[in-house]
Write a protein that binds this ligand. Structure first.
Ligand code: FJE
Ligand code: FE
Length: 294
């Protein structure tokens, strides 16, 4: 018989606001000195951006960026003319693969608030073709197993509902809102490494009933546990559960390039500067949206 084991909370870290990009503010979860990375995750930022701040023209190679909007609107535009607008509840799952250069900036004067997750790619996928999966809020699968429990399935599965998002690196990403006293049990594959990031309210997480408030990263124990129990202590409880299959390869990161060796990082810089191997057209490219607020 398959045994059911609860994950515990191995570590809890509060994210304080810091400056990032051009005048943007982020609460960094994964990706700080105390939580360098949590294979396969490289970074999670809860961003809060008011125009003219933003993340203007910059490159990526070797990983995926997953942008999930909570409030406000963002424009994005890349060097191949892919351009769009994402608003509350919308998802953009981008695999940069061998190269993307793009701009991400607010589309209105309202605060743009959301989450951006960086998911690593394994060596075999690092130089793959860039790919976008875009889901407006209305197309994101949700489930309410009972009143007072609202779940959005960004990636993976919850309460029998499966997300259509394709994840090159096996990943689950679940957005859960609970009223006071409500309990959920989120199934997590045994081999996945993961964490919770809390957005609002208070709840008890894991088999050891670890109490946490907003803006905390709760690293899940690698105890082979099969699920995460959560009980809400407030009516405004909201958090995301993010977990994935560890890649177990060397990680060499230089800003927006994440490769397996230093040699590959030098190559990324050279390709970016010379417009080669996926960065064709990058030198001299400027987004049209970068002038919106200037
Ligand atoms: C950055 C490289 C980057 N957090 N949260 C270096 F790619 C970025 C960057 C972001 C970012 C973008 C969004 Cl939309 C949300 C983010 C980092 O674009 F800021 C630096 N310094
Ligand atoms: Fe980016």
């Amino acid at each position: 018989m398959a045994s059911k084991v609860a994950r515990k909370i191995a570590q809890s870290v509060l994210s304080k606001e810091q400056a990032e990009g051009a005048g943007a503010r982020v609460r960094r979860s994964i990706g700080t000195r105390s939580l360098r990375n949590l294979d396969p995750f490289l970074m999670l930022d809860e961003f809060s951006v008011q125009a003219p701040a933003g993340f203007p023209d910059h490159p990526h190679r070797g990983f995926q960026t997953v942008t999930y909007m909570l409030e406000g609107e963002f424009w994005h535009e890349d060097f191949k003319g892919h351009k769009g607008r994402i608003g509350p509840g919308d998802l953009q799952w981008m695999s940069a693969g061998k190269g993307i250069m793009h701009s991400e900036i607010p589309a209105t004067n309202n605060k743009a608030h959301g989450l951006q997750l960086w998911v690593n790619l394994s060596a075999k996928d690092k130089l793959s073709e860039p790919n976008y999966q875009e889901y407006p809020a209305t197309n994101i699968k949700s489930i309410s197993p009972e009143e007072g429990i609202d779940i959005k399935v960004i990636a993976g599965e919850s309460y029998g509902v499966q997300s259509p998002v394709m994840t090159l690196t096996p990943t689950m990403y679940i957005d859960i809102s609970l009223k006071k006293g409500k309990k959920v049990e989120q199934v997590i594959p045994k081999s996945f490494r993961g964490f919770v990031y809390t957005l609002s309210g208070t709840a008890m997480f894991g088999g050891d009933k670890h109490k946490a408030e907003a803006h905390h990263t709760l690293v899940l124990s690698d105890n082979g546990g099969t699920y995460l129990p959560v009980e809400s202590l407030s009516d405004d409880c909201r958090f995301v559960v993010i977990a994935g299959e560890p890649i177990n390869e060397p990680i060499i990161q230089y800003g927006p390039f994440v490769m397996n060796t230093e040699q590959e990082i030098y190559q990324a810089f050279a390709d970016y500067e010379q417009g080669k191997n996926g960065f064709e057209g990058a030198p001299g490219w400027h987004s049209s949206i970068r002038d919106l607020w200037s």
